[in-house]
Design a protein around this ligand. Sequence first.
Ligand code: ADP
Length: 564
Amino acid sequence: MSDELQRLKEENEQLRARVAELEKRAEEPVVTTHTSAETQVDVAPLQEADATLRRLVQRIAMILQAEKVVIMFYDRDMAELKAIPPAFGVEEERLPFFKVRATEGISGQVFRESEPVLFHDAIADNRTVQDHVTMLGVHNGVTVPLVIEKRDEENRIIERTTIGVMHAFNKRHGEDFIDEDVRLLERMAKNVGSIIANLQLYREVVEEREELIQTLESLSAGLVLVNADGRISQMNNSARAIFGYNESPIGKDFHEIMKAKEIAEMFARANEGGEGGTADFSIHHPGGERIYQLNGAQVKYEDGRNLGVVLIMSDVTDLKNIEKMKSGFVAMASHELRTPLTAIKGFSSTLLDGIDDDIYDKNDQKEFLTIVVGECDRLRRLIDDLLNTSRIEAGESLTPDYTEFPLVEQLDKVLKVQQQATKNHVLKANFGPGLPDTIIGDKDKFDQILTNLMNNAIKYAPGGGDITLHALVEGDMVKIGVEDQGLGIPKDHLGKVFERFHRVDNDDNRKIYGTGLGLFLVKHLVEDVHLGKIWAESEVGVGSTFWFTVPVRLDIDKAKELNG
Ligand code: ADP
């Protein structure tokens, strides 16, 4: 008996030594977190900790003579205990199926009570049934809590948290687990717990950083972090695009990449702890000059040390252009309003002055009044354009009224009316074969589209020339074009002339007054009201053709649905 005792004692000693060795391994530091923004998270410690954990699990299986060892981690969001890798004796693909609510089964009991449990007959035990351990072919086992302990300087436990449970299943050689196994597993669970906690912490840090980097990368604004010594520690995609920089900018002096003096000044101010404020700078890109608004601020560590400066730049070119266009528009609109008003006032005052003395004969009066009426129409058109633009901008449609109307008749009518408006130009028709007798659409708005394009053709061909109205059939669409021999439109303006307030700003065009609203409205009438397409082809000094398509048989239901 005493021999037997001695042998057990020795065996115990050996096991203790082994456990101590394992504990030592497990306590090796596995986590090193960096707060500095420029440090990329190193995944090596993760792999190392993972390997340590794997070794530990294997040894536990060996020491306890268990066929299977499974770790379950508490998922707070789902209130579940879930098997996580590494495991011993269970394929990793099967682990995700092994989970249980934290209120159920032996796993739940051990987790809640934080006390180990020994079970001898998994099939007959009511608790293990809830764990579905039969799924893993379990018949007996030990389950212990995974606890992490926080200690103070004097090594007193100040906090205990249960983060999961660990199972050792199926004692080898058909034996049963005993109390000694429970104690051993409990001891080893401490190491497992601390490694898992560290791993979890590390993963969270990695994930958080990854999230942060992805967020920064997906920002449409350019973002650059510059160290206190002027070196770049972070530069997102948008910022690299702004400065046309494709290499890795990390560690580079920011002056080399971001050359605008406003950036250097902003960095200097913010790095000194002052207000970074706002500044604008511009960069020449192949597509033209772009203007950026720059904001800068100092970034500090929690302890107040200077980490550097964060610079944010957003493209404000379009905004600036709209501002410019709007002020141009105000100047233009006042001119456009004043010109007809002056004429109206002038001619009506003249008529008024002459009333008593019968100065003007009927013909004069007719002529003056015709001018007054014409100018009133011009004013009304301008006001209508302004109102319609603001309606479209507010997302409202210009309530369509769809009917079936004759196509060629309509085209001829517009040609005739427009020919009356000019002596300088020759208006021609070029109608292809097979044009439909009628089309479905909003007749007035169709007229407005044509009139507007013909008006522009006359207006922007001040030297006269031919103006050709093309009409042809393409599939189930009618394609209509207005071709002039006028000033033409520079390439970079071709797509933009359909934007509100957009006018080609050169010497020739400046002399011709307009609101920059006509084509914006025409585009809406073609694309939204008639479900067609509009585009322009042009060569400066040669002429322009504005093309648009409309369906022969407009789907009224669809069009109405789109137009509210
Ligand atoms: P507006 O004529 O009142 O300025 P539009 O929206 O009708 O406004 O046209 C926008 C701009 O497109 C015009 O200012 C002009 O620069 C250009 N444009 C339009 N039609 C023509 C054309 N037929 N030929 C040359 N330029 C044109």
